[in-house]
Design a protein around this ligand. Structure first.
Ligand SMILES: Cc1cc2nc3c(=O)[nH]c(=O)nc-3n(C[C@H](O)[C@H](O)[C@H](O)COP(=O)(O)OP(=O)(O)OC[C@H]3O[C@@H](n4cnc5c(N)ncnc54)[C@H](O)[C@@H]3O)c2cc1C
Length: 493
């Protein structure tokens, strides 16, 4: 089945290849599979201006309406107008604590489907596969749901409960896999595929420039252009490796449009200090879980070092605390720095993170307190790691200290891995001189189509395009699907 898919797709260019099978890729696959959103008859949106606009053309699907006009003036917790639009259509009053149903109803119109392939390293679910299953989300559980299958309904069917409205990463990943199966999307997904390169073969390739054929390309030219408009069409070659029970083999597919949805969690950030590549220094939380499971560390070991003051570092502290493993926790900021994430989270919803913050404040090395096996080192920099498992620190006065440690976990954020693009994708970023980063330098896309402003036919969505939360990545899917449907001339007459 898998091979048939790749064999067929390598022979003929596909209209769309999506790279990445997390929430972004799944949501887009749903929209491209012919599921079309209309305003539910009789539904009233609580925003009167939006409601008035929606009443103008109720018979036209949201995908075919002027989504720029609909999204004008919307405000909320995202800077993307389409993220706000789709979110408010799906969860109309959620920011005011309400639980009103979506005002959309979904129609399956298979003739409007756009053939596409979703490639991803793991099973559908994206970054949620690499988060420890028992970890609770930062967001409300409801905000993790995808269109037309409420997460809370799935949870109650599974007899699973929320804690403070939050859910576990394990439940979320199961829900995403269920979603793909339930919505009949499985046939579009090729899991176990690692994309190693995406090449733009240029415009000539599409129109059958003899030179490009002579170079040994293997596709048949489409009889009728997907796009009848005057837009220039390009062709992309996507190469990589597919792993099945029979082993790993190279593959090559051709596509008229490529959507980058590979997220930003694949390359953990490094401190860049001496000894960081030693075997006891790790950069993923999962390494701590493995070490505990394999009994490499325990309550009698030398302390582990956790570096960082974000939520992943806090999760590591909680995990180690749960297993009574001694911890040294080092971070660069002051404990009362207003920019620390803990100072932005309401105490009632996130008691565990506030406990970590309290430990960070109260357990500084100079005055040990309640939690014997935890030491906090605020405003400390790591100088180096040595082969005999020592870590050298520098405090804010410039004094150096040395601690024996059993293992180190550097959890200071992550970066996208765009090594499959020329120049690691930097040419596509807002600032082409800097590496792509979700927060500081996302891929530069048109806000209403999510097509790259630098390269036609290339789209980016999710954290790569600056949308960092699951509830907001879905607006990118609406934008891309609406643009691709227009290109494919699949708008109704
Ligand atoms: C610890 C943690 C906690 C989080 N908590 C929340 C939360 O509470 N609420 C919330 O809304 N969001 C949260 N997020 C963010 C959330 O995970 C992302 O917003 C969401 O997963 C983005 O979806 P995506 O599909 O764009 O990317 P991802 O989920 O990152 O999926 C991209 C997929 O593409 C794959 N991929 C990458 N490169 C390639 C390649 N070359 N070939 C093939 N496949 C590739 C990746 O392995 C990955 O599986 C959290 C993230 C982390 C790391």
């Amino acid at each position: 089945m898998l091979h048939t898919h790749l064999d067929q797709s390598s022979a003929k260019p596909l209209p769309v290849v999506i790279i990445g099978n997390g929430p972004s890729g799944i949501c887009l696959s749903y929209l491209l599979s012919g599921y079309v959103p209309y305003v539910r008859r009789g539904a009233v949106h609580p925003n009167p201006i939006l409601q008035r606009k929606l009443e103008e053309t109720p018979e036209i699907s949201i995908l075919d309406q002027d989504i720029e006009y609909l999204s004008e003036g919307l405000e909320g917790r995202s800077t993307s107008p389409l993220a706000l639009l789709f979110d408010t259509l799906l969860r109309p009053d959620t920011d005011f604590g309400g639980t009103a149903d979506s005002i959309l109803s979904w129609w399956h119109q298979p003739d409007r489907a756009v053939p596409h392939l979703v490639l991803g390293k793991n099973l559908p679910g994206g970054a949620w596969h690499s988060i420890e299953g028992s970890m609770f989300t930062l967001s409300q559980g409801d905000w993790m749901g995808l269109p037309d299958l409420q997460f809370k309904d799935w949870m109650s069917r599974k007899k699973r409960g929320f804690r403070n409205n939050r859910s576990t990463a394990g439940d979320i990943v199961q829900y995403y896999q269920y979603y793909v199966a339930k919505k009949g999307l499985k046939k579009n997904f090729l899991c176990g595929t690692f994309v190693a390169s995406v090449k733009n073969l240029g415009v000539d390739a599409v129109y059958g420039n003899p030179g490009s054929r002579d170079r040994g390309c293997r596709w048949d030219l489409p009889e009728k252009p997907m796009d009848d408009s005057k837009d220039i069409r390009t062709l992309f070659q996507v190469d990589g490796f597919v792993t099945t029970i029979n082993g790993t083999q190279p593959f090559s597919v051709y596509a008229e449009n490529v959507v980058l949805a590979t997220g930003t969690y694949d390359s953990p950030s490094w401190l860049g200090v001496q000894g960081e590549d030693l075997s006891f220094v790790h950069h993923k939380l999962s390494a701590l879980e493995d070490a505990v499971r394999n009994k490499e560390i325990g309550m009698m070991s030398d302390p582990i070092l956790i570096v960082g003051a974000g939520l992943t570092a806090a999760d590591a502290v909680l995990f180690a605390h749960h297993y009574n493993i001694p911890v040294i926790h080092a971070f660069r900021r002051r404990v009362n720095d207003p920019a620390l994430i803990f100072n932005q989270l309401p105490k009632t919803m996130y008691p565990e993170y506030h406990k970590v913050h309290q430990m960070m404040k109260e357990q500084v090395s100079s005055c040990p307190g309640l939690y014997e096996s935890y030491v906090s080192l605020p405003e400390h920099h790591i100088v180096s790691f040595t082969e005999d498992r020592k870590c050298i620190f520098r405090d804010k006065s410039g004094h150096q200290k040395v601690y024996n440690i059993s293992m180190a976990f550097v959890l200071i954020g992550s970066n996208p891995n765009l090594s499959y693009l020329p120049n690691n994708g930097a040419d596509l970023a807002v600032d082409c001189e800097q590496p792509v980063s979700s927060k500081r330098n996302p891929i530069d896309v048109d806000p209403f189509t999510y097509e790259s402003v630098h390269e036609k036919g290339l789209y980016a969505m999710g954290p790569l395009a600056g949308d960092n939360f699951v509830r907001f990545v879905q607006g990118g899917a609406l934008a891309v699907a609406s643009s691709l449907l227009k290109k494919a001339n699949k708008n109704p007459p």
